[in-house]
Design a protein around this ligand. Sequence first.
Ligand code: NAD
Ligand code: MG
Length: 399
Amino acid sequence: MIGVTILGATGSIGTSTLDVLSRNKDKFYIVALTANNNIDKLFEQCLEHKPKYAVVVNEDAADILSKRFKAASLDIEVLSGVDSLDTVSSLDETDYVVAAIVGAAGLSSSLAAAKSGKRILLANKETLVMSGQIFMDEVAKNNATLLPVDSEHNAIYQCLQSFNGSTGLSDEVRKIYLTASGGPFRTIDLKLLESVTPEQACAHPNWSMGRKISVDSATMMNKGLELIEACWLFNASVDDVQIAIHPQSIVHSMAEFIDGSIMAQLGRPDMRTPIAYALAWPERIESGVNSLDLFAMSSLEFEQPDHARFPCIKLAEDAMRAGGIMPAVLNASNEVAVQAFLDNEIAFMSIARVVELVLAQTSFQVASDIETIIHADVTARKIACDVIASLSENHVGVK
Ligand code: NAD
Ligand code: MG
């Protein structure tokens, strides 16, 4: 039996992972489930899945959960505090770590999993965006196994695996196509983009996801972050990766080889497929996802991205080309700007403006160690808050 720890169990990826695991109880058992502060959902999950540990970052919430377990006669140890996330990632009985915390908050525990040589099912793309080199080095140094859960990267991984069991770009690979749905605002009148609401931004046409990544999909910063993620995962350069808007979200990404062959992975837009692949690799297990009805599909379309509509893509490309701390600064400023948009403080198009202004105010530094990256993250968040405050003072791009 394989012991699985899910970081961010109460989120969208965490919930889908539990669904796949519950269909494969003969192969996996759950070591730990973690949440930030949603103890109601974590309690329900613990009641059903009976992990050995439950981690709640918020200490007061952890106390309440502990009492609830006692009252329900559940023998589950409750841990609290940020460090507990690293602890459960490194436990001996944890074989696989599902890294599904959202944002920079997931960095430390993903790194802890790499340092202790686990199989890491990586959903938290921010880990690679912030600390790509350091994380990949730790994976290699500690013989960890890294399997991408992000659907596009999982698709590329599957396409590359079909060729010699390879996991990265080689002379035989011409390019990678990273597909993108284009989100809810692909065709909306550009003038209306200034006034779209968080609810409209979170209403993704094909995927059901957490609010932060939903907004990232609407700005297409998600694709920018994924481009950076792809570069690290597959040892590719920005120019090796072609973003292709594919509104149907059926082709999850592709790899093109030098003989002109293009391998693609197709399926329903349901994260349980890449999660099941990463859990079972190199085998396959049931995921609960139904067959894709090929005969119900009218067409598969592909378009070049519109950079005027989606300025975040270029910001991400430039940050990756610049290297060093710049992708971490991109990520941190984006997290602050997305939260400000979700809190109705800034307009949708101001998300890209904030990120651009923060990057412009940041001097390049080599990302030599995690401390440097965390410092860059904290500094970028402060600058982003100042930028947002000055937008408000000048009544530019605010609600
Ligand atoms: P979500 O918002 O639904 O869930 C986030 C989880 O992280 C929750 O369990 C929450 O309790 C936990 N969390 C939040 N802040 C935390 C903190 N400060 N400390 C500890 N835990 C914290 O997010 P999601 O949509 O499941 O996305 C999770 C990650 O997976 C993100 O990095 C996202 O980019 C990536 N991802 C998601 C999808 C998807 O379909 N949802 C697809 C690809 C990649
Ligand atoms: Mg994705």
